[in-house]
Design a protein around this ligand. Sequence first.
Ligand code: RRO
Length: 306
Amino acid sequence: ADLSVDLGRLGLANPIMTAAGCGGYGVELSSVVDLSALGAHIVKSLAIFAHEGNPAPRLAPLPGGMLNSVGLPGPGVRAWLSEHYPRLVASGAVFGVSIWGRTVDEYAQAASVLATGAPEVALLELNISCPNTEAGERLFAHDPAATAAIVAGCRRVNDSPLFVKLSPNTDRYLEVASAALEAGADGLVAINTVFGQWFFDGRPALGTRRGGGLSGSQIHAIALRIVGELRQRFPGIAIVGVGGIANVDGVLRMLLAGADAVQVGTANFVDPRRSQLIVEQLSGYLRSRGVGVLRDWIDRQSRLDR
Ligand code: RRO
């Protein structure tokens, strides 16, 4: 089947991507996953500097999902460029890079290093919504003006398609999305993890007391709702849906909610081959129904919905 999708000026062979942070830097997966079979692989958030991340434990399993306070560890964009980028290019994968910073300028610096050093990067995901930063509640994703400044700063130095990853932990995500698009973003990714905490015997499950990000099936309905709201508000804009997608049913739900493509996150922690399996499931689903083109199926179902 033809599974191709268009995300504005970015075309993908199929709508399934790995979610940032859920497949490392790609090379870790390449012994068990054919990265080139994915719509795209998204590299874990990188900053202009190397960063250690949070104290252990950083992950706590929950029924149907998990809680994380990983805290943005990473080698920094320059080390990634020399250590990982060449191998990712050689894998034949289409890949994007997620970036983050403590200031507007740090986002632009990371985007600038990638613009010169990494021409094969298919998209940049601006991660303004990690719940595990020191900024705590004062995330960029809660602030339309800061978001616009980050997008404009990156846009100035980098021509790649820019996607902004929105937070479910604010009621301002529509305003933030609007500011991002006005400042030159190509599309939106929704959602990052839902801020939460979990206790065992009165002790926090994570090494950080304040809590962390909840992911997996428990946030699926929230992600579907926010993607639906974004689609209504921004009809022609590229939207990537992420949150609790673990199989083809989740993909179809998300596409019908209005996403143009999806990302698979937590399910990859259970089985690193999950994203690739879902591509195969999607093919099989369409084949068994005699559908040759995914986009035709989406159009037809969306009409039935109305
Ligand atoms: O590294 C993390 O703790 C992390 C990030 Br960058 C993110 O965007 N979302 C998340 O749940 N964890």
